[in-house]
Design a protein around this ligand. Structure first.
Ligand code: SF4
Length: 355
């Protein structure tokens, strides 16, 4: 499986492995499992074996054929560091990525322990080099160096418990760019460490049985990113969104109150405390506007270099304060041309505002 994708933060998916098993609460409504299991037992179908882990060596060479540079989400239908994927196969995947310097590969895992131990192992770079030569049509570089510069490594972080476990493991793993995917976001998160994190993606859950997200969890992560110079990408509200974002008559009938701790109750019972009213209107209606803005920042492949920034606003200049159907944003660009949103309520000259 490789395809143009609707996943907002990438261009293409590449699946040299398919199938997986659940590891944490974020897996409860795994879209990949739902998709693959639908075809279990269908003779001749690509997913005849459902969501069982399957290596797909015939897919390995796909990125080598893509000339135009792309962001490539590796294993959208699996987890590369699953126990059933041999070290040698992971090395083959890395060998292809190392040979495709025109692309940016995004690897996201919930198996932070194996990722850390394997990528830190001295023999792994040799194994990658061996496979780069074996699978290659011509001799490749004498030795692949880790971290591979065009490979971004990320961990899924759905709540505080997994933030405390997976983030330190990610920081302990050699990587050119490190990112977090807080999707589905299941609770408030205080990031235990931000210094070496480059990018954070946030999203609510979509699909059947989706759990709602409290807007303050999403804002809380945005504000921590702004304070720590971490690039922030708001992917989606998911099935549920605050009434202020999306309201329909149908959604109003099943509206809920959600508290900051995630507790919910039917809105018909009356408001209590600081609850926010949310409606279930589906991912395509709820969209991805947060306080009137689309947050869509990406790291650049060359770590520490320019960032790409595609906001839904007309002018983005350093120091600009922009109103866009919501609170103001203020832009700061540092010496490395990194773009940050700084607290718009801070009225000091921009140079004095620490990003
Ligand atoms: S780790 Fe990812 S692919 Fe595997 S079951 Fe969990 S959500 Fe699905």
């Amino acid at each position: 499986m490789s395809a143009r994708t609707t996943i907002e933060w990438t261009d293409t998916t590449w699946n040299p492995v398919t199938g997986c098993t659940e590891v944490s609460e974020g897996c409860d409504h795994c879209y990949a499992k739902t998709l693959a299991e639908r075809f279990r037992g269908t003779p001749g179908h690509y997913f005849e074996n459902g969501f069982d882990v399957q290596l797909r060596p015939d897919k390995l060479a796909e990125p080598l054929r893509w000339r135009k540079p792309r962001r490539v989400f590796v294993n959208s239908m699996s987890d590369l560091f699953h126990d059933d994927v041999p070290d040698a196969f992971i090395a083959r995947v890395f060998a292809v990525m190392a040979r495709c310097s025109q692309h940016t590969f995004q690897i996201l895992t919930k198996r932070h322990g194996r990722m850390r131990s394997l990528l830190s192992a001295p023999h792994f770079a040799e194994l990658v080099t061996t496979w780069a030569w074996r699978d290659g049509v011509r001799p490749f570089t004498p030795m692949v160096q880790l971290p591979v510069p065009n490979v971004w490594l990320g961990v899924s972080v759905e709540d505080q418990k997994w933030a405390n476990i997976r983030i330190p493991a990610l920081l302990d793993t050699p990587a050119a760019v490190r990112f977090l995917s807080c999707e589905p976001l299941l609770g408030p998160i205080v990031l235990p460490e931000t210094k070496a994190i480059d990018w954070l993606i946030v999203g609510g859950e979509s699909g059947r049985g989706a759990r709602p997200v409290h807007p303050d969890w999403v804002r809380g992560l945005r504000d921590q990113c702004a304070a720590a110079n971490v690039l922030y990408f708001f992917k989606q509200w998911g099935e549920w969104a605050p009434e202020s974002v999306c309201a329909t008559e149908r959604g109003a009938r099943g509206a809920l109150y959600i508290e900051r701790d995630g507790a919910t109750r039917p809105a018909a019972f009356g408001a209590r405390g600081q609850a926010v009213t949310i409606q279930r209107n589906g991912k395509h209606r709820t969209g991805r506007l947060l306080d009137g803005f689309t947050y869509e920042a990406y790291p650049c492949s060359e770590h520490g270099g320019r960032v790409e920034w595609n906001p839904t606003a007309d002018t983005w200049l350093p120091g600009t304060v922009i109103a866009h159907d919501g609170p103001l944003l203020r832009i700061r660009i540092d010496d490395n041309q990194q773009v940050f949103i700084v607290d718009p309520r801070d009225t000091r000259p921009l140079a004095e505002v620490s990003a």
